[in-house]
Write a protein that binds this ligand. Structure first.
Ligand code: IMP
Ligand code: MG
Length: 191
């Protein structure tokens, strides 16, 4: 096959710059386990899942269907990464919650914890609003670059190495969120 034809047949799902880290099946199994655990631990509690847009949308959609309890969902949008792969350190609220979390048991759903700056700031902000409890569920935990070492992550899908990953809601410059698997970007400069 000529290089040109190979390139033409390459899709978002088979891009040669991506290497699958966790398959759709592995992800599905892990989400079911997390859902069972949360179901056991939140029975009888007024539960709100707060998705951090945009990255957590796929995780939240799957996780909420794996939780066999009455619950509500809400969303926040914050920006900490401006179209790049480096943390800027500042967290800006682009969209706040639609409803009060007073007296509710909140689980913040995040796509990935990296430096921990985003979630630390979010927990500070939501912590002042009278919630009964606030916990963190992250699909991925990348502990190596952590700046906020004291951040407690309560539920974790997978712990991953210090690589830039995409898929299952995570993006590189806005793309690849629709990949049903998690992949390492081999050359981040090439995306
Ligand atoms: P933190 O504030 O450094 O913990 O950054 C968390 C945010 O950075 C996540 O919600 C993602 O949006 C983004 N991020 C961190 N690592 C990656 C990655 O490997 N791929 C895609 N986005 C990432
Ligand atoms: Mg994010």
């Amino acid at each position: 096959m000529t290089a040109g034809l190979t390139q033409m047949l390459e899709t978002e799902f088979t891009n040669g710059n991506l290497e699958v880290l966790y398959s759709e099946t592995q992800i599905g199994e892990r989400i079911r386990e997390l859902g069972l655990q949360i179901t056991r631990e939140y029975a009888g509690k007024d539960l709100v899942l707060v998705g951090v847009l945009k990255g957590s949308c796929v995780f939240l959609a799957d996780l909420m269907r794996a939780i066999d309890l009455p619950l509500t969902i809400d969303f926040m949008s914050v920006s900490s990464y401006k179209d790049g792969t480096k943390s800027t350190g500042d967290v800006e609220i682009l969209k706040d919650l639609s409803n009060s979390i007073r007296d509710k048991h909140v689980i913040i759903a995040e796509d990935i914890v990296d430096t921990g700056l985003t979630l630390t700031r979010l927990v500070e902000i939501l912590g002042s609003r009278g919630a009964a409890s606030i916990k963190i569920a992250t699909f991925l935990d990348k502990p190596e670059p952590r700046i906020k070492k004291e951040l407690v992550v309560d539920y974790t899908g997978f712990v991953i190495p210090n690589k830039f990953v995409v898929g299952y809601g995570l993006d590189a410059a806005g793309r690849y969120r629709n990949l049903p698997f998690i992949a390492v970007v081999k050359d981040p400069a090439a995306v």
